[in-house]
Design a protein around this ligand. Sequence first.
Ligand code: V47
Ligand code: SF4
Length: 392
Amino acid sequence: MTTTNATPGLQTLLAAPSLDTDIRRIADKILQEERLTQEDGITLFEKGDIGLLGALANHVRERKHGNKTYFNRNFHIEPTNVCVFTCKFCSYSRLYKNREEGWELSIDEMLDIVKKYDGQPVTEVHIVGGVHPKMNLDFFMDLMRRIKAHRPDLHIKGFTPVELDYMFRKAKVSVEEGMRMMHEAGLQSLPGGGAEIFHPDIRTQICHDKVDAEGWLHIHKTAHSMGMVTNATMLYGHIEQYWHRVDHMERLRQLQDETHGFNTFIPLKFRNKDNEMAHIPESTIIEDLKMYAVGRLYMDNFPHIKAYWPMLGRNTAQLTLSFGVNDLDGTIDDTTKIYSMAGSEEQSPSMNTAQLAMLIKQAGRTPVERDTVYNEVKDYSGVVFSEEELAG
Ligand code: V47
Ligand code: SF4
């Protein structure tokens, strides 16, 4: 066993005589920068002690990024929560027949949201919502052209393969044609949503009617082939088993080997309020931290692991910074409803730059503002914030 590059704390954990032999072998692979197998991934979930998983994930995180922890200044546009699909975990959507209970924004209304940020240094708009039968490819291309005409420097990250697959089918265009059209209209990157759990045993039970794993991966692959970067999520902590999580990560890791187009892996904790899976208890914090740590260790070709604080809550998100995470997403400005409606403790998610930077500093990390593609905008390590700024 080579432990020379490990911190003293990690060396002590690895020296424990009681350490499981499989875990010791996997830890050695991690220190040697060798790729983990699916079996290794499952073993980490099943037998990994939380302290050791955290120390190993932290070791890899610090090797890749040192102390830097990224965030960005962003806001969301959720064009509608009316949706033709029936995902059982979704607390947010309303069926088309009940659309008077939901919202449907016009292009002018969405442009008004963009205009609210005139003169403010936001760098990204994240557009994502339900799949509304009347909001088609032309509608969204028009929306993006108008956003770009108003504010060319604002990066448009938007639309999951669930929305894109539906739009392209309706418009009778291929994925390649459709992605080209969206890209030319202003779409610059894809968020990670819609991935859930890829394996059909689980996917057919929780979201049987939307794009399948192959369709999801094909759309991301096509985006990568056009030079766009994308993210990937995994919805964990419901009816899946550990091997389903590892299978999911494996499919992503394989595509990343081919394209190198993914920036960030984002494990999303299942929240159980007001949805058809409300009888399933939510995962514990220990399980959440384990998920982030194994995500960091398994996804060796993903540069960034993100904890999305509006979903996880800011306190747990802060803890994940010691379990492999190096990105907390953004300021959000209370512009998303997906997680508050699903029961997150963050009922009006909004943090100003000072608050986000302080959250990161308190965890002993260096806050660095980034843009969507991880160009560094500003290092906040030396910045002192006033009481007023921190109060928000
Ligand atoms: O795909 C829906 C998830 C996702 C619930 O790429 C739920 O930077 C937990 O993907 N409990 C959409 N999760 C959001 C998303 C995202 C968010 C932030 C940043 C990025 C990024 C991507 O929300 C869906 C689904 O997996 N979701 N309902 C729920 N009850
Ligand atoms: Fe529709 Fe997305 Fe909700 Fe599924 S998760 S029902 S696709 S809004």
